[in-house]
Design a binder for this molecule. Structure first.
Ligand SMILES: O=C(O)CCC(=O)C(=O)O
Length: 298
């Protein structure tokens, strides 16, 4: 791959502030991405429910960097959460933020509008149903046991990967994104609202990769780990039923392949930090998560 053409100082401050950055463009087709950058033969086991997440499962989280739970939300809460999300997209965003992949004036039908939404964020402050998911006492208890102290919700988003071409989220560490760059680990909770399966872009993880600490990210197809630095051979896929959730360490290498199926793939993603955490300073962020100091190329 070619040298990053972006101004490094500007890139680092934009990323640290949570802004979008210009990417180099697509060099692989979605089909190539799906087969070359992901594996589908090893699948994570599921723990039944949040009640089953005892000390042994917390130890497993610490060792592997993740655990997956089959039922975090029951069927009724899944339906209500999807309805709440669709109301934000179609009725009234109420101050939440919606990211479209196409200009809105080109979206003529309801279906076109829904399929063009990639992300809805900051919904917790405006929607009660979704707020109740983020502050679910049993979910918070698991996060508290993982962190070993009181969790603080620091980010809430919904990620929609539409049928027939919803794009990949390349391999990355969540803490490499400025708003999550804290001095202590953050915990991500990714909750499937539709079934997240091998063919519609479920989560994929590299077990134990959180132990590597922060690694440099590059502006390629997204803010991501260089494709050649991903241990694809260790990929474990995490298919989930609706209402199932992945709890994962903020430095775990993870990604999602494109959705080439005819099915929707909608998910909520919540991030929690320790109450005592502080953000790393921009220079520290630059040293850990970028190549600005080493000039190592992707
Ligand atoms: O839901 C997805 O496709 C990817 C989610 C993710 O890893 C992220 O946004 O950090």
């Amino acid at each position: 791959m070619s040298t990053n053409p972006l101004d490094k100082e500007k890139l680092v401050s934009t990323l640290y502030d949570g802004g979008a950055v210009a990417m180099r463009g697509q060099e692989l087709t979605p089909e190539e991405i799906a087969v070359r950058l992901y594996k589908y033969d090893v699948v994570a086991p599921l723990i039944g429910s949040l009640d089953d997440v005892g000390p042994e499962k917390i130890r497993e989280y610490k060792e592997l960097g993740y655990i997956a739970v089959a039922e975090v939300l029951d069927g009724e809460r899944v339906e209500r959460s999807k309805e709440a999300l669709m109301n934000l997209i179609f009725e009234d965003a109420k101050g939440s933020k919606i990211q479209f992949t196409k200009p809105q004036d080109q979206l003529r039908s309801r279906e076109e509008r829904e399929l063009a939404v990639r992300k809805v964020h900051e919904y917790v402050k405006v929607d009660e149903t979704l707020r109740n998911v983020a502050y679910d006492p049993k979910l918070l208890e698991v996060v508290r046991n993982i962190l070993g102290e009181e969790p603080v919700l620091v980010q809430d988003m919904a990620l929609l990967k539409p049928p027939h071409g919803g794009g990949e989220k390349p391999w990355h560490q969540d803490m490499a994104y400025g708003p999550l760059a804290y001095d202590k680990p953050v915990v991500g909770v990714w909750i499937a609202l539709d079934e997240a399966a091998l063919d519609n872009g479920c989560m994929h993880v590299v077990p134990r990769s959180h132990m590597d600490g922060g690694v440099p990210h590059y502006a390629v197809r997204d803010w991501q780990i260089c494709d050649t630095n991903v241990r694809v051979e260790c990929d474990v896929a995490v298919p989930l039923p609706p209402g199932g959730a992945l709890f994962f360490h903020g430095m775990l290498h993870h990604g999602t392949p494109p959705n080439q199926s005819a099915k929707r793939r909608r998910a909520l993603q919540l991030h929690y930090a320790c109450r005592s955490s502080v953000k790393v300073k921009p220079d520290e962020y630059k040293r850990i998560y970028t190549n600005a100091m080493t000039d190592a190329e992707c």
